[in-house]
Design a protein around this ligand. Structure first.
Ligand code: PEP
Ligand code: MN
Length: 265
């Protein structure tokens, strides 16, 4: 299999405009769950960059569990985020949910995210295999490592080698946390595969106070990067993910702590 260590012993390093993912440097992607307005994403881009993160996250198309929830601002959101990214000189990542929107998302964002609910959207994965834009593939919340790596295989087999794996928590019997962040996935996936492994302690716990310890634990476990939700006004965020979003000062403190923890950052 193309994703396996046997096929490629050396780590895959994805290089995007001078930022290397999967190399010696810890990569941090920060930002809101959803792009809400031009002002919001501009403000957050500035803060995320100032804190030292290399990538701005933000969803323009949101895969909401229910059809009546806020679905994202769409293509306009892509434009707002691209503008903020350019202005503050920071890379951008956004979620794409359907094959039809892959090209427009790739036009505006540096990295495309496949959400947990779409890990086995095989038409989407096949389409992502036809371009070269880096893809952050999230683990399905009930997917085994084997299923996860097979999903990555679809993208690789199509001809796009720029895939990173993201552990974002799995469904277990525990309900205190939104998901159970599977820390062991980090070293396991790195032993089975040469692809970079990113951890998402925000969706992995669903609770703001757990993001910092689980971010640090992920780095200690060897994660190549983190994707973390941050919001300037989490109590009024347009998705329910405000409860797991860090305040800007918490994000800045975490970045500072990570630098102490990992000389690689
Ligand atoms: C997100 O990153 O906001 C998101 C919806 O993530 P997941 O697909 O992991 O739920
Ligand atoms: Mn979210």
């Amino acid at each position: 299999k193309l994703a396996s260590r046997e096929f490629q012993p050396a780590n895959t390093v994805i290089s995007i405009k001078g930022v290397e993912i999967g190399g010696d440097q810890l990569v941090v992607m920060g930002g809101p769950c959803a792009v809400e307005s031009a002002e919001q994403i501009d403000d957050i881009a500035r803060l995320v960059k100032a804190a030292g993160a290399q990538v701005l996250r933000g969803g323009a198309f949101k895969p909401r569990t229910g059809p009546y929830s806020f679905q994202g601002v769409g293509v306009e959101g892509l434009q707002m985020m691209a503008e903020a990214g350019k202005k503050h000189n920071i890379l951008t990542i956004t979620e794409v949910m359907t094959p039809e929107y892959v090209d427009v998302c790739a036009e505006y964002a540096d990295i495309l995210q496949v959400g947990t609910r779409n890990m086995q959207n095989f038409d989407l994965l096949r389409k992502l295999g036809t371009i070269q834009t880096p893809v952050l593939l999230k683990r399905g919340f009930s997917a085994t490592y084997d299923e996860f790596l097979n999903a990555a295989e679809y993208i690789l087999a199509g001809g796009n080698p720029n895939v990173m794996l993201c552990e974002r928590g799995i469904r277990t019997f525990e309900t205190y946390t939104r998901n159970t962040l599977d820390l062991a996935a980090i070293p396991v996936l790195q032993s089975l595969s040469h692809l970079p492994v990113i951890s998402d302690p925000s969706h992995g716990t669903g609770r703001r106070e757990l993001v910092e310890p689980m971010a640090k634990a992920s780095v200690a476990a060897g994660a190549n990067g983190l994707i973390i939700e941050m919001h300037t006004d989490p109590d009024n965020s347009m998705t329910g993910d405000g409860v797991q979003s860090l305040f800007p000062d918490q994000f800045a403190k975490l970045m500072h702590d990570l630098e102490q923890l990992s000389p690689l950052c």
